[in-house]
Design a binder for this molecule. Structure first.
Ligand code: HAM
Length: 444
């Protein structure tokens, strides 16, 4: 029988890898909480029209990367459903559907979860990946734009990463008219050099020329949106840059950050890591002031970004990743023993409880539970094996201490507390064994 394997571009995350994703997600949520954001959960599947009308029909995401879902009992074309390739359109739809654009327009949301895009898989690029996203509604002021970048910088600091921040302004609908004309003229003048994609969508979406990856040299010469900003957009952009300077977030203006999704106006940005290779964008976003209205709401400005969580963890050094996963695995209690630096999947734990013989079982099980109640991570090692095999398992599980209860210990009313790094052992009173483990864990 053919072996069942995961789909190309899809990943399993086991042990430390999964812990790592949970950890960065938790950190991002904590930072979001400090910025007054509330959680929003949206469906994994939406109508295709939602993305056609927001992300844009000429965007790669909609034109090439959608996973269309077929119902077993055939649904109508009007109901064509797709797996979400990004979170922004769904959040905007939910915001409008809840009537918030009318009743209480200023809203600040974060969300987290898998997104699906049929892309060519490579390092850092998957067909299913996880985003941590932020969407803020009802704020048109530049302080909001700057604040979102500062928020990403706060997360960057928490995770101790070096990242590059690049910003641009695409201008509003007004300045876009002149910019679009200039791009069209440029595109028509270089028709023969355009890649097949840019050629095909030149008339409908000339913006794509600017971030074309096929001919970077040509893209470099293309007109730049910042040269076409109206006075209001120029002021807005300058204010964003001033605020960022004031906040100590180093940013570079990069006119090629036009983004591949259609809804952006004014500020756009990308945050990247130099350690990742070609797929180096860790976070990206921008303003989408017309989107709520174009999806049927009243005109409310919006701005947001999304972080790719897999890429964020990939940007951390392997040692750091492992150490943090370990700490996260035990709710911050377990520390990785410095003596060992293997890359096993299992998280480290504080203590392993070993029972030798039938009689010791209930006492050992109760002790394991009691130690857990004090907040430590404990494995009750399978008692089906002898002492040596159980100790090997405790070591394999990364336990800092082993607590052993056998016949001899029972008869003396004690447990043996073994330091797994040094091998030192001592008796502790059975009644006080949980406290003794806690105290030892706190000391080490
Ligand atoms: P995006 O640039 O398409 O923007 O994706 C944001 C981030 O998701 C990227 O910078 C990257 O870290 C990650 N990402 C995207 N595609 C992949 C992939 N195939 N594999 C791994 N990671 C990936 C958006 O999705 C917008 N919704 C962001 C936004 C929110 N704009 C306003 N609000």
């Amino acid at each position: 029988m053919a072996k069942l394997t995961r789909l190309r571009g899809f990943q399993d995350q086991l042990g430390a890898e999964a812990e790592m994703l949970s950890l960065v997600e938790a950190r991002a949520k904590e930072v979001a909480r400090r910025y007054g954001l509330g959680e929003i959960r949206i469906p994994l599947m939406e109508r295709i029209q939602l993305y056609e009308r927001s992300t844009g029909e000429t965007s790669d995401v909609v034109a090439k990367q959608m996973y269309i879902v077929k119902h077993a009992q055939e649904s109508s074309a009007a109901d064509t459903m797709v797996l979400r390739p990004e979170g922004t359109p769904g959040v905007v739809r939910a915001y409008i559907e809840a009537g918030l654009d009318r009743s209480d327009p200023e809203q600040r949301f974060f969300y987290c979860g898998p997104m699906l895009r049929y892309e060519r898989p490579q390092k850092g690029r998957f067909r299913q990946f996880h985003q941590f996203g932020v969407e803020v509604f009802g704020r048109a002021d530049p302080a909001c734009d700057a604040e979102l970048l500062v928020m990403i910088d706060d997360l960057r600091r928490e995770l101790d990463l070096e990242l590059d921040f690049e910003v641009n302004s695409l201008g509003c609908g007004e300045c876009r008219l002149a910019f679009r004309e200039a791009l069209l003229a440029f595109g028509r003048a270089h028709l023969e050099s355009l890649c097949a994609d840019c050629h095909a969508r030149l008339e409908r979406n000339p913006l794509r020329i600017v971030d074309c990856k096929t001919d970077a040299a040509l893209a470099e010469q293309a007109p730049k949106s910042i040269d076409y900003l109206c006075p209001d957009c120029r002021r807005h952009f300058d204010a964003v840059l001033d605020l960022l300077r004031y906040s100590g977030v180093a940013v570079t203006v990069n006119p090629r950050i036009v983004r591949g999704l259609d809804y952006y106006v004014r500020t756009t940005f990308e945050v990247s890591s130099r350690t990742l290779g070609a797929q180096n964008a860790i976070a990206a976003g921008g303003r989408y002031d017309g989107l709520v209205e174009s999806l049927g709401g009243v005109p409310v400005p919006g701005i947001g970004f999304a972080i790719g969580l897999e890429r964020l963890t990939m940007a951390m050094s392997p040692q750091d990743r492992h150490a943090r996963a370990v700490a996260a695995a035990a709710g911050g209690h377990a520390k990785p023993p410095t003596a060992r630096s293997d890359s096993r999947q299992a998280p480290f734990i504080d203590a392993a409880v070993l029972a030798l013989g039938e009689e010791a079982l209930p006492k050992a099980a109760a002790l394991a539970r009691e130690i857990r109640h004090s907040g430590l991570a404990v494995e009750f090692v399978s008692p089906a094996r002898g002492l040596k095999a159980q100790l090997r398992r405790a070591d394999r599980a990364g336990a800092r201490f082993a607590v052993i209860i056998g016949e001899d210990e029972l008869s003396r009313g004690v447990a043996t507390l073994r330091d797994m790094t040094s091998g030192a052992q001592r008796d502790v009173q059975l009644e006080q064994a949980a406290q003794a483990v806690s105290a030892a864990a706190a000391e080490s």
